[in-house]
Design a protein around this ligand. Structure first.
Ligand code: PMV
Length: 339
């Protein structure tokens, strides 16, 4: 089954006629504490393992979608900047291919306006909140009124991690067993953890050397340790879920950090090797480990880039901020944002 067939199946009983002139939707960004790394189906972005993230409150993307003049080009504007639709950047190619899935006629053109407050270069999975906001806006434009889990499924076709960006708080993206991925969707966890803090440590704001899409593919195909990943991952996920249910921060930190390090270790053993970690990343890790040795409950996670995301509790905010003066601190559960 390809993406178009899935979209057709999901939208079978919805109206083909847009019900509104525009659609607008906000989706938060999310950070995985147990990572998605490797696909069992590359076309449908179906994961080998489940993953678990925490959403970033008001940090995310808000997209407004409308129709542009038929037959011309899609109009894509990000933070007020017009994107060159003829560029062969992965961003434009992937986005246009995704929009193709939702054109009522081949000549329909969309106008996509996205505002994002995600700190630039923070490696904050902008594709996650981007595709989630886009499909949410599409739902509004057409008036489909699809449940969030169906939007999660559709967003996954654009970017895997986008399946987790429809809820605040902790979200598990379930692996699912169906071949067409109908059950591989995000599920919101009920626990709120108001004292949890995430620190964005931007060490190098340059864009990544290799896309996560490509890096996952190479890791899965060539790392001799990939076969051990599902088992290690299942262990980390179970530990993390238990930590969340018991509000055990040390367990949450240890499981998250270990999961990220295992993901990067696998990448080192891929061929060609994939190294997102930089000298500054290693220095920051040592600083975190030293602080921990001295009694500070401070952990990190790392995605497909050199930057780190720190995990700590509200009570240690000042100490952590003193260690990393430029840290951007996010309180993911504050202001009653769990919806
Ligand atoms: O969904 P993608 O293709 O942007 O991949 C996300 C990969 C990681 O951020 C490293 C892990 C994750 O689960 O978000």
């Amino acid at each position: 089954m390809d993406k178009a067939a899935i979209v057709q199946k999901v939208l079978k009983s919805t109206s083909k006629e847009p019900q509104n002139r525009t659609g607008t939707f906000f989706a938060p960004s999310n950070i995985a504490l147990c990572k998605y790394w490797g696909k069992r189906n590359a076309e449908l972005n179906l994961p080998v393992t489940a993953s678990l993230s925490v959403s970033l409150g008001h940090y995310g993307a808000k997209t407004t979608l409308s129709f542009a003049e038929a037959g011309f080009q899609d109009d894509i504007v990000v933070n007020g900047k017009q994107m060159n639709i003829n560029s062969d950047s992965a961003f434009v190619l992937n986005l246009t291919a995704y929009l193709n899935l939702f054109r009522p006629t081949p000549t329909t053109r969309f106008c996509v306006e996205t505002e994002t407050n995600v700190p630039i270069g923070a490696g904050l999975a902008s594709s996650a909140c981007g595709y989630a906001a886009l499909i949410g806006a599409m739902d509004q434009l057409y008036g489909w009124q699809l449940p969030l889990q169906t939007l999660s499924l559709l967003a996954r076709l654009g970017s895997g991690s986008a399946s987790r960006s429809f809820w605040q708080g902790f979200v598990e993206w379930q692996t699912g067993t169906a071949e067409d991925g109908i059950d591989s969707v995000g599920v919101s966890l009920p626990q709120m953890w108001p004292d949890l803090r995430i620190g964005l440590l931007i060490l190098n704001p340059a864009s990544k050397r290799i896309s996560s899409r490509k890096a996952m593919e190479i890791t899965k195909a060539t790392s001799p340790f990939y076969s051990a990943w599902p088992q290690k991952h299942a262990h980390d996920l179970a530990r993390l879920k238990k930590a969340i249910s018991l509000y055990n921060f040390v367990e949450l930190g240890e499981a998250s950090e270990s999961n990220a390090l295992a993901m990067h270790a696998m990448m080192l053993t891929a061929y060609p090797p994939i190294v997102y970690t930089e000298a500054k990343t290693i220095d920051a890790m040592h600083k975190i480990w030293d602080a921990r040795q001295a009694g500070l409950p401070l952990y990190f996670t790392q995605d497909a880039g050199p930057n780190l995301k720190l995990l700590f509790l509200k009570k240690d905010k000042e100490t952590v901020q003193a260690l990393f003066s430029k840290l951007i601190i996010i309180a993911p559960f504050e202001n009653g944002i769990l919806n």
